[in-house]
Design a protein around this ligand. Structure first.
Ligand code: FES
Ligand code: FES
Length: 163
């Protein structure tokens, strides 16, 4: 008996449909059903932030949300950050410039967390950036370059920060 369910949602501006088990979480659905493997899965219990995506504009843990709960939602993943012509999102460009990519596994989740910050509060200061990043674990070289990149991107996006 087929006990899978149908899930339809928009991801990065495109409509996707797929089937999955009711217990499938959103991150696995994105990766295994839609082939969007930029979203990573680390702890799978809401701690590391590697699975962070935007759902209807809010940063959520893809491992804590069922795919079924995202039915009909607008999802944005790391694959949707760059423009169609390949131009990097200001945050991605800032990560390259500041050498903030580091291990890479955590980067997609970190980017999506920061995209929400830039969308909501583009004039966020360092303390606010660090607070926002507190839900994304980085075990390699710390957060210095990540924060530096976030502030550079904020400056590019808002144009309000001084040099
Ligand atoms: S994999 Fe979702 S928070 Fe770690
Ligand atoms: S960026 Fe992955 S552990 Fe630091």
């Amino acid at each position: 008996m087929d006990d899978t369910i149908a899930v339809a949602l928009r991801v990065n501006g495109r409509t996707f449909q797929g089937r999955c088990e009711p217990r499938t979480h959103l991150a696995d659905f994105l990766r295994h059903e839609l082939g969007l493997t930029g979203t990573h899965v680390g702890c799978e219990h809401g701690v590391c932030g590697a699975c962070t995506v935007l759902v209807d504009g809010r940063a959520v843990r893809g491992c804590l949300m069922l795919a079924a709960q995202a039915d009909g939602a607008e999802v944005r993943t790391v694959e949707g950050l760059a423009a169609a012509d390949g131009t990097l999102h200001p945050l991605q460009a800032a990560f390259v410039e500041a050498h903030a990519l580091q291990c890479g596994f955590c980067t997609p989740g970190i980017l999506m967390t920061l995209v929400e910050v830039l969308n909501d509060t583009p004039d966020a200061d360092e303390a606010e950036m660090r607070e926002a990043l507190s839900g994304n674990l980085c075990r390699c070289t710390g957060y210095q370059n990540i924060v530096k990149a976030a502030l550079t991107a904020a400056k590019a996006v808002s144009g309000v920060r001084g040099a």
